[in-house]
Write a protein that binds this ligand. Structure first.
Ligand SMILES: [Zn+2]
Length: 155
């Protein structure tokens, strides 16, 4: 009888530990649960940490922080590499190309003026899109648990 009491007590301890684990569902959920793709990519697009959406993702223009200053999520797992550059070129090219055709079809401007205008527009658009697309890439990688974002057992 006396042994049943400590057992139940230990059982309660286990349950409370389980409840404590359940209460830490945010933490447990972060580790084992779902990481929705769209919010993670949108947070990355806003150059925010894909996990909390509050901490800044970059140190400077494109340098990714090792850890989020708000939630301490490890961000150094990211391997965006030159993927964002490809997508940026794809998008900017699809904006500038038709714009060039439309400019010539409508006004037939001087080629030098067109080249100058569209070069400046290309650079400006690229500078705008590149960090956002890189952030979205990192959000995708974090959400899909790629490159060590999933936990300690995956490299
Ligand atoms: Zn964070």
């Amino acid at each position: 009888m006396q042994s049943s009491n400590p057992k139940s007590a230990s059982g309660q301890d286990l349950r409370s530990a389980g409840i404590a684990g359940g209460a830490a569902t945010t933490l447990e959920g972060e580790i084992t649960g779902e990481r929705p793709l769209k919010p993670a990519m949108l947070r990355g697009w806003r150059c925010r940490c894909p996990a909390c959406g509050a901490g800044p993702l970059f140190l400077g223009y494109l340098k990714v922080r090792d850890h989020c200053p708000v939630c301490n999520e490890a961000l150094y797992h990211q391997r965006a590499d030159d993927g964002p550059a490809y997508v940026t070129i794809l998008i900017v090219g699809h904006i500038i190309g038709p714009l060039m055709l439309a400019l010539y079809a409508k006004w037939t401007p001087d080629p030098l003026i067109t080249a100058a205008l569209l070069s400046v527009a290309s650079v400006a658009l690229s500078l705008f899109f590149l960090p956002r697309i890189k952030g979205a890439f990192i959000g995708l990688q974090w959400s899909r648990r790629m490159h060590g974002f999933g936990g300690n057992e995956r490299g």
